[in-house]
Ligand binder design. Structure first.
Ligand SMILES: NC(=O)c1ccc[n+]([C@@H]2O[C@H](COP(=O)([O-])OP(=O)(O)OC[C@H]3O[C@@H](n4cnc5c(N)ncnc54)[C@H](OP(=O)(O)O)[C@@H]3O)[C@@H](O)[C@H]2O)c1
Length: 279
């Protein structure tokens, strides 16, 4: 089967970044490796992992087995809450490199800000150092609010390249996306399919799927890309991986985008970064 070509955008540090990537949460063991190899074969180049997914080893192994040229792939990992702090963050990156078996991480994020711990600015300084040392190419954050992003920028002068946040039609993140756009931060959507839930049974998605001769899932993923966010859908299944990547052959109108955003009702669970913390 042919490889799907996923378009790129340019991040604020000048690097290229796919408009759609692949989530790997819960893909572990031999089956996980095979799923990730299949995804790379389908055309995904952006792979999303984290220390806390406990599958960096599998992601690295899939990269090697896929036979894909290393430079075409963008491997993302994330610093867990228990590694916050400047030196701890650098050590965490070194640990991730060891687990991945790679000599560079392409995009390194802070997984959650954990505001009660009060160390996300120090952690950010650690990522800046990791970038200066060539351990990582791009640096960004995940689950950061406008206020937290502003603090990072004011304290260090370094604007994150990416903020990976919960985003799907039930939680379109309109305000935060406008802030990102004003500051040149790329939005990346986690749980872009709302972890499947009942989202994919919504009538408006089925109607638009009929109009464009695609599936409701493809309508949702195209909505993300047209709102300038990079979704990272996870699927263990090669057929669904292909369906999820094959979304660049049609275009939703502004009215159709608005009809999808009108599904807004809030977060999937209480993942408000002002309160939710993960170690
Ligand atoms: N930064 C953070 O705090 C954070 C938080 C959550 C997630 N993430 C990242 O975001 C990624 C994606 O989020 P997610 O895994 O929570 O949820 P998701 O991608 O929204 O949904 C995944 C679920 O949808 C199913 N699915 C995928 N494609 C489908 C299709 N075409 N038709 C029907 N069902 C489909 C999958 O099942 P099958 O596997 O059986 O296809 C799986 O159950 C994660 O893997 C992780 O990398 C980051």
């Amino acid at each position: 089967m042919s490889t799907i070509r996923i378009p790129d955008v340019t991040l604020n540090d000048g690097t290229r970044f796919p408009e759609l990537g692949f989530g790997t949460y819960q893909l572990r063991g031999e089956e996980g490796i095979e799923s990730i190899v299949a995804a790379i074969g389908t055309g995904y180049r952006l792979l999303d992992t984290a220390v806390n997914y406990e599958n960096e080893r599998e992601v690295g192994e899939a990269v090697r087995r896929s036979g894909a040229s290393r430079d075409t792939l963008i491997i993302t990992s994330k610093i867990p809450g228990r590694h916050h702090g400047r030196q701890e963050a650098v050590d965490s990156v070194l640990g991730s490199l060891g687990m991945l078996g790679l000599d560079r991480i392409d995009l390194q994020l802070i997984h959650w800000p954990n505001p009660s711990v009060g160390k996300y600015v120090d952690t950010w300084r650690g990522l800046i150092e990791a970038r200066e040392r060539g351990l990582v190419r791009s640096i960004g954050v995940s689950n950061f609010t406008e206020a937290m992003l502003t603090e990072l920028i004011e304290e260090t002068g370094v604007v994150p390249a990416v903020n990976q946040v919960e985003m799907h039609p039930y939680f379109p993140q309109e305000r935060l996306r406008a802030f990102h756009e004003a500051h040149g931060i790329r939005t990346e959507s986690w749980s872009p399919l709302a972890r499947r839930s009942e989202l994919l049974t919504e009538q408006v998605l089925h109607e638009l799927a009929m109009v464009h001769d695609v599936t409701p899932t493809q309508v949702v993923l195209r909505w993300h890309t047209q709102l300038d966010s990079t979704p990272i859908p996870k699927s263990a299944d090669p057929d669904r991986q292909r369906e999820n990547a094959d979304v660049f052959g049609f275009t939703l109108t502004d009215e159709q985008l608005a009809a999808i955003s009108a599904l807004e009702r809030g977060r999937l669970w209480d993942g408000d970064p002002n309160r939710h913390e993960e170690m």
